[in-house]
Design a protein around this ligand. Structure first.
Ligand code: GTP
Ligand code: MG
Length: 195
């Protein structure tokens, strides 16, 4: 699949702000600063579609992007960033739960983890949560440019073990910096959307 058309369709903190549930959605979840917004920009080939920042906590709303006029990619707010205000961190849970727990056109949630580290306790909790809703099975290991090819296989094994992935579950290493891995993810997304 190639993405030829992408646009921000809606920014939401509550369900009545979501776009109509007419198109299939694939969402990106993961801790703050892991590279969710960068991945969206990589996939769409647009450097400034989603705002990227070196300081964590950039995306604090649920952002719906219309892709090829055919489906949506949903950029979710990150977790695990201590410095956001109390009101922001308290609203994160309900905001995510409302979306993940009741969005019927949500096909899959791609969990992003940093390839350099074992998944955190919060990553494991997030994945368990996705499993509970049947939204699990695809993990993207971000920032693959930061480690050597040798280290890559070892880190992917650690990610698989820590999240308790099975043989059918997929881990795709991606680098937004070097622009690698996105074609594999796009092919997988295409298969999910068709399936
Ligand atoms: P929140 O919106 O806070 O949840 O963060 P996010 O997950 O959207 O992360 P974002 O895409 O804003 O990226 C965070 C930082 O990581 C930025 O400084 C990016 O440039 C950097 N980054 C993202 N992906 C990569 C990558 O593949 N390689 C490298 N080296 N840096 C990356
Ligand atoms: Mg972001």
């Amino acid at each position: 699949m190639k993405i030829t058309n992408s646009q921000l369709e809606a920014v939401a903190v509550k369900p009545n702000q979501y776009p109509a549930g007419d198109l299939k959605e694939i969402a990106f979840a993961g801790r703050s600063n892991v590279g969710k917004s960068s991945l969206l920009n990589l996939l769409t080939g647009r450097k400034k579609l989603a705002r990227v920042s070196g300081s964590p906590g950039k995306t604090r709303t649920i952002n719906f992007y219309l892709i090829n006029d055919a489906f949506r990619i949903v950029d979710l707010p990150g977790y695990g960033y201590a410095k956001v205000s109390k009101s922001v961190s308290e609203s994160w849970g309900p905001m995510m739960e409302q979306y993940l727990g009741s969005r019927e056109n949500l096909l899959k949630v791609v969990l992003l983890v940093d390839i350099r580290h074992a998944p955190s306790k919060q990553d494991v909790e997030m994945y368990e949560y996705l499993r509970h809703y049947g939204l699990d099975g695809v993990v993207v290991a971000t920032k693959a440019d930061k480690i050597s090819r040798n280290q890559m296989q070892k880190q992917i094994r650690t990610i698989r073990q820590t999240l308790g992935l099975g043989g059918d579950d997929i881990v795709i290493p991606v680098s937004a910096l070097k622009r690698t891995g996105h074609e594999d993810l796009l092919d997988l997304m295409e298969a999910l959307l068709e399936g």
